[in-house]
Design a protein around this ligand. Structure first.
Ligand code: NAP
Length: 338
């Protein structure tokens, strides 16, 4: 088996590469040219110099680059994980996000069509497409209502995947993944911002965490479980759309309480709205403040996925629960700060 992964240097790209290498795949990892190589995740997972991993130049916003990658690698599976994946940034760079997270998927699908390379295609779709949710929990049939440029760019890529499946009989599948985290999560994402912030407070490198909306609720799973789900999606008998989620939801407030409890701090909240603070119950020290600069222009209040189809058809389910996930992330960040 030969897999081409776009977005190799990201959280999921690194974990998926490790997963596939362990299963005996030859892996081609697509990396765009940036001024300073960004291989820290591959180094942490100790796969950067794996003999079956070949890093190739690939900018998914450039059709010619996609065609060249397909022709050179001739993969049997193509996992499209590259994207501008940070929702907050998408409000500031909407057009770049549309290119990197939306039309880029069409570049890859067109490259498969033009080159005739016989490969299965996986599209990294997202629960952010449900946005202002119209039903709870969300499944494969839930109507979409994206609330950010990231959400609507991904929706285009999602429908593009379905359209190529129906028009050209492609094996093109879409995984609508709910939030998944890990010690390799980018530091700008809320979960990692929290675990990194807690570690810095414990090590005396910071006093307090500044957070936006405490009440947003997300269905958080472990990225390692989810990349196995991606592999299973492409191993299924036929291409389709699957929701991968834990089926549980927690607020950012809950995540904070869990993260501080991993370092034996009981966090309690006082005040309301912008004046709400999180304090250490024992010392009364303020550890969490609200900063409205972190509010989204349009919020997604509640995401909770129904992974029944993935369980029934693929035999997939999320293994790691939220407490284990938070502990794992805190342990890694404490180690990094020591
Ligand atoms: P991530 O850590 O932000 O990684 C994104 C990757 O895309 C990075 O390797 C980045 O490369 C690459 N990239 C960005 N623009 C590119 C371009 N023009 N050409 C080539 N590569 C480019 O994201 P992730 O958490 O691993 O997520 C993987 C995918 O799943 C993304 O598409 C994301 O939107 C989607 N998704 C994620 C979640 C989640 O909770 N993690 C949930 C649902 C869907 P650089 O290293 O050069 O920046």
């Amino acid at each position: 088996m030969k897999a081409l992964i776009t977005g190799l240097t990201g959280q999921d790209g690194a974990y998926l590469a490790k997963n596939l290498l362990e299963k005996g795949y030859k892996v081609f990892g697509g990396v765009r040219r940036i001024s300073t190589p960004n291989f820290w995740r591959l180094e942490e997972l100790k796969i950067l110099n794996h003999p079956n991993l070949k890093i190739i130049d690939l900018d998914i916003t450039d059709l010619s680059s996609c065609i060249r990658a397909l022709n050179d690698c001739k993969p049997t599976e193509l996992y499209n994980l590259a994207a501008q994946s940070f929702v907050a940034a998408s409000f500031k760079q909407p057009l770049q996000t549309i290119e990197a997270s939306g039309t880029s998927a069409i570049n890859l699908l067109e490259s498969i069509r033009i080159t005739g390379v016989n490969c299965k295609f996986y599209q990294a779709s997202t629960s952010e497409m449900f946005g202002s949710v119209v039903e709870v929990p969300q499944n494969e049939d839930t109507p979409f209502y994206p609330r950010s440029p990231y959400g609507f760019a991904k929706l285009m890529a999602h429908w593009g995947t379905i359209n190529y499946r129906e028009s050209y009989d492609f094996f093109a599948s879409s995984g609508i993944l709910f939030n998944h985290e890990s010690p390799l999560r980018g530091i700008e994402f809320i979960t990692r911002k929290i675990t990194d912030g807690v570690a810095k407070i414990i090590k005396g490198k910071n006093d307090c965490l500044e957070i936006g909306n405490l009440d947003a609720k997300r269905d958080w799973g472990d990225a390692e479980d989810y990349v196995e789900g991606m592999r299973l999606i492409l191993s299924a008998e036929k291409s389709d759309t699957f929701v991968l989620a834990t089926g549980e939801t927690h607020s950012i407030r809950d995540f904070l309480v869990k993260a501080f409890s991993c370092v034996d701090i009981k966090l309690v909240f006082e005040g309301t709205d912008l004046n709400e603070i999180g304090i250490d119950k024992k010392t009364n020290k303020t550890l969490v403040k609200i900063n409205p600069k972190f509010y989204r222009p349009a919020e997604v209040d509640l995401l909770i996925g129904d992974p029944s189809k993935a369980k029934n058809v693929l035999g997939w389910k999320a293994i790691t629960n939220i407490d284990k996930l938070v502990q794992k992330m805190i342990n890694a960040d404490l180690k990094r700060q020591s």
